[in-house]
Design a protein around this ligand. Structure first.
Ligand code: ZN
Ligand code: ZN
Ligand code: ZN
Ligand code: ZN
Ligand code: ZN
Ligand code: ZN
Length: 223
């Protein structure tokens, strides 16, 4: 194996077997949060058990900016009933055995969703920083639908500009405004083809005139 192994840890999700650090691995399924990963991981090679580096090393309790009133506790229980546990940040189901929870508020979040930056930038809105915030109001500028009232996303308070978390890396919609339509690659291509056609038509009619003029002139000279 060309991956370099660095550290050995014990983890509560996989008692009895130490996990080894594997750097820059290929795509894997995290047995903690049940999401895919493709970076560094911790692995039990005997059982083909993998954890994201973050899932293996995240603290058992911490304060999360999205849920300021209480500390969140890391829950890692293979036999916990996970029915109706929805991540309060990304709005998708929590189907792994590792997640953060505030018992008092019934607030749950995927470990990886606690790693979202508080601010980000997006090419659709280059002038202002976008902040992590609830998307219960407003329409996502990428998918053009409103938030489900549950999940968080990134938004600009100044401009009422919102983007879902899952739409952050989606392709930017084209043709949403008149200017976008004008500037779309297809429109530019069509304009270039039309210009070329007009140029060719002009050139051919000009050549025809020259040829006629020349032939009439030569006939005249020969006589
Ligand atoms: Zn994970
Ligand atoms: Zn094992
Ligand atoms: Zn989540
Ligand atoms: Zn709480
Ligand atoms: Zn969206
Ligand atoms: Zn703005």
């Amino acid at each position: 194996m060309d991956s370099e192994r660095k550290y050995i840890i014990e983890h509560v999700t996989h008692p009895g077997h130490p996990l080894s650090y594997v750097e820059g691995s290929r795509v894997f399924q995290c047995d903690g949060c049940n999401k895919t990963g493709n970076g560094s991981k911790y692995q039990c090679a005997t059982c083909d058990f993998d954890l994201h580096e973050h899932c293996a090393t995240c603290p058992s309790s911490f304060s999360f900016v999205v849920h300021p009133p209480h500390h969140l506790n890391l829950i890692s229980h293979a036999h916990l009933s996970l029915q109706d546990h929805i991540c309060d940040v990304c709005g998708t189901e929590i189907d792994g055995i590792l997640f953060y929870r505030c018992e008092r508020c019934n607030f749950d979040v995927h470990p990886l969703c606690t790693q979202l930056p508080e601010t980000t930038r997006h090419p659709l809105h280059p002038d202002h920083l976008l902040r992590l915030q609830p998307l219960s109001v407003g329409v996502c500028r990428v998918c053009q639908t409103s938030g489900c009232g549950h999940a968080w996303g990134y938004g600009c308070h100044v401009c009422d500009f919102n983007i879902h978390l899952q739409c952050l890396n989606s392709p930017i919609p084209r043709g949403s405004t008149f200017l976008d339509t004008l500037m779309s690659p297809m429109a530019v291509l069509i304009v270039m083809i039309l210009a070329l056609l007009i140029f060719l038509i002009l050139m051919s009619t000009k050549n025809q005139h020259n040829w006629k003029g020349y032939s009439v002139h030569s006939v005249y000279v020969h006589r």
